[in-house]
Design a binder for this molecule. Structure first.
Ligand code: FES
Ligand SMILES: [Fe+2]
Length: 346
């Protein structure tokens, strides 16, 4: 329940129009297994939030601010279904309403004495929220995550010093494989980018792309092959604004799915929910597979964190776009169509 139209967060780093567009989208704020028995504080779109579970395992997402004297609830604690503020002990229930003011035991707390709470959905092993309630917002349809043939694995979500648009575009970029990923799967001998199509679909964009990956011995955990190179068929489904499922298809029904959701902490900080699901090689340990993905992300990080401007320029005249960059140009246009304005560029 939202008690009133949300104001922009204090010290909002976004242009107001862009914040309004993004606040109406679903973003994950935590993996389900990060919120077990105590509240977790996380920031989304510059809004400080607290997320916790009630005794019947329901998720509550609220603004992390006791409205009595402006103290964050993360300094307090949870008792049963209630949050207790550290400063004067006010208690707040799962609907956000204050249930007790210990200094005035006879007082029935007024309805207005209420935390701002937000809609939440728990799906795909993630806790999602919207800062402005919007029933029209699309939710991604990722069937692999509901299929018991697939093993889903994740690590703690990394935080990068970059905008979400830059991070997601890097995930979509097929041109960089043969350059910065030579330590993992990149093939310096095959830098050429074949012509490819970018199609629009309900959630955003669909791209299919072949890549002849280099395959050092240590990469056998990923592609199931030993040898110098292996042909991958890479299928991207972008879910606007900042999410994508990539299916890396190695043939013979061996699908390695990588999910990347760039959740904006602020205009230039991003929490990345990066996780995998695969339907083969279940004997390979989770740690081995996740280490491989960590290594690939570590190759991308210094590049993306150093891009200038930090925001993704939606004005296509600001950077150079070539035929091989078709995904990027289509992605930037699609973000513009969502209403992310010229102000989103620097
Ligand atoms: S500031 Fe939270 S109870 Fe007073
Ligand atoms: Fe990359």
């Amino acid at each position: 329940m939202i008690q009133s139209a949300p104001k922009l967060p204090r010290n909002c780093s976004f242009e107001p129009e862009d914040w309004q567009v993004l606040a109406k989208q679903w973003f994950p704020i935590a993996y389900s297994d990060e919120v077990i028995d105590k509240p977790l504080a996380r920031t989304l779109l510059d809004e400080e939030l607290i997320v916790y579970r009630t005794t019947d395992r329901q998720v509550v997402v609220a603004r992390d601010l006791c409205i009595h004297r402006g103290v964050p609830l993360k300094l307090g604690w949870q008792e049963g279904d209630e949050l207790v503020c550290a400063y004067h002990g006010f208690r707040y229930g799962a609907d956000g309403r204050c249930t007790k003011v210990p200094a005035l035991p006879d007082l029935k707390p007024p309805a207005k004495l209420c935390l701002m709470t937000y809609p939440s959905i728990e799906k795909y092993g993630l806790i999602w929220t919207q800062l402005i309630e919007n029933s029209q917002a699309n939710f991604p349809d990722w069937e692999e995550l509901e299929d018991s043939e697939y093993r889903m694995m994740h690590f703690e979500p990394p935080e990068w010093e970059c905008s979400p648009g830059r991070q997601l575009e890097n995930f979509l970029d097929v041109v960089h494989f043969s350059w910065i990923h030579v330590g993992t799967f990149g093939n310096r001998e095959a830098p050429e980018v074949a012509d490819y199509e970018v199609q629009k679909n309900e959630g955003g964009l669909h791209i299919e792309y072949p890549y002849l990956a280099a395959n050092p011995d240590h990469s056998q955990v990923v592609d199931g092959h030993k040898g110098d190179t292996v042909q991958r068929w890479m299928v991207y489904d972008v879910h606007l604004p900042f999410a994508c499922r990539l299916v890396v298809d190695y043939g013979e029904n061996r699908r390695h799915c990588i999910f990347d959701i760039a959740a904006p902490i602020s205009r230039t900080e991003t929490r990345i929910f990066f996780f995998i699901a695969r339907n083969y090689d279940h004997q390979v340990s989770e740690e081995e597979l996740l280490n491989w993905e960590r290594k690939i992300l570590a190759e991308d990080k210094p590049i993306v964190e150093n891009q200038k401007p930090e925001e993704l320029p939606l004005d296509l005249t600001e950077e150079f776009h070539l035929r091989c960059d078709k995904t990027s140009t289509m992605y930037r246009k699609a973000l513009g169509k969502m209403g992310l304005g010229k102000t989103y560029t620097s």
